[in-house]
Design a protein around this ligand. Structure first.
Ligand code: DAK
Length: 258
């Protein structure tokens, strides 16, 4: 498939990188871009040579939100249209870890896209915000829900009700991002992190991601049972035998991915 709105590459062993590429529109997330992004992520998810993915933009913008020109005249039914919602929901089915490497604006759907990833590496120039209130609407792709679960109610209310924006330093302090790096280094930091994760036991990585995400969905008792079942299931993998044997014999494990 030829992509028109994204660039896809493998910058390091085990790492799949998708760059949003509508720079003139601050990477506004229109339908074709979202379709391409989800298709690319699904392909990388199915590619055995990839263990971890990165979504990035450019120095000025990760993404300034969903494309306002696509939504401005829409009816409620058009907004509820399955294709519009589905594009965003497809990210939740990606099994391998996804890191957002964010510089510049991460606004509205751009902030929500980063929040829907598993980790965020930010450049010092990153700005996170949910400015939908300025358009007469509210976040529609998880902003009110994922932000609250990440940075708490007080700050979420301020961001959603009053367009409070977070600098990279604030985002790190409030637990929204994993790392902050200078603008000419943040992508390399993300690639290094992704490479380290990609080098780990693949099945355990997928189940670990799934178990952590379940904590956002369920009660502690149900979550603990879910985690335990994943833990037991891993004893059916050769990688569990390999990992524990390698530890006991003081050698480096060689993961097989099964
Ligand atoms: N959509 C369309 N075009 C955009 C855009 C956007 N979100 N953001 C920027 N652009 C375009 C501008 O129209 C302009 O295009 P030209 O006029 O050059 O053709 C170009 O990018 C440069 O923008 P500016 O001239 O405004 O540049 P500035 O440096 O002055 O300002 C800015 C940069 C990022 C602060 C500003 O452009 C801005 O405030 N942008 C809008 C930010 C925003 O309101 N974002 C929230 C959009 S609503 C859902 C899924 C997703 C969503 C909802 C539901 N479901 C699954 C149900 C998401 C909703 C949203 O994200």
């Amino acid at each position: 498939m030829d992509y028109e709105n994204i660039l896809v590459e493998q910058p390091a062993e085990g790492v799949g990188l998708v760059q949003l590429n509508r720079p003139k529109a601050y990477n506004a997330l229109n339908g074709p871009l979202m379709d391409e992004l989800m298709t690319a992520l699904e392909r990388l998810d199915a590619n055995d040579a990839v263990g971890c993915m990165i979504i990035t933009g450019n120095e000025k913008a990760f993404a300034a939100g969903a494309d306002i020109s696509e939504m401005a005249q829409a009816s409620p039914v058009e907004m509820m249209n399955l294709a519009f919602i589905d594009r965003w929901e497809r990210l939740r089915d990606i099994q391998k870890p996804v890191i957002a490497a964010v510089s510049g604006f991460a606004l509205g759907g751009g902030c929500e896209l980063a929040l829907a990833c598993d980790m965020i590496v930010a450049s010092e120039r990153a700005i996170f915000g949910q400015p939908e209130i300025n358009l007469g609407v509210i976040p529609g792709a998880g902003g009110t829900q994922r932000l609250l679960r990440t940075i708490g109610k007080a700050l979420t209310m301020e961001m959603v009700l009053n367009d409070r924006r977070l600098s990279a330093e604030e985002a790190e302090r409030f637990g929204l991002v994993n790392r902050v790096a200078p603008v000419d280094e943040y992508l390399q930091v993300a690639i290094k992190l992704a490479g380290e994760i990609a080098a780990r036991a693949p099945v355990a990585i997928r189940l670990a991601k799934d178990a952590v995400n379940m904590a956002l969905e369920t009660t502690l008792t149900a979550g603990l049972a879910y985690e335990r079942n994943h833990f037991y299931a891993l004893f059916a993998t050769e990688d569990q035998k390999e990992g524990m044997d390698a530890f006991l014999n003081k050698r480096k494990p060689e993961w097989k991915g099964h």
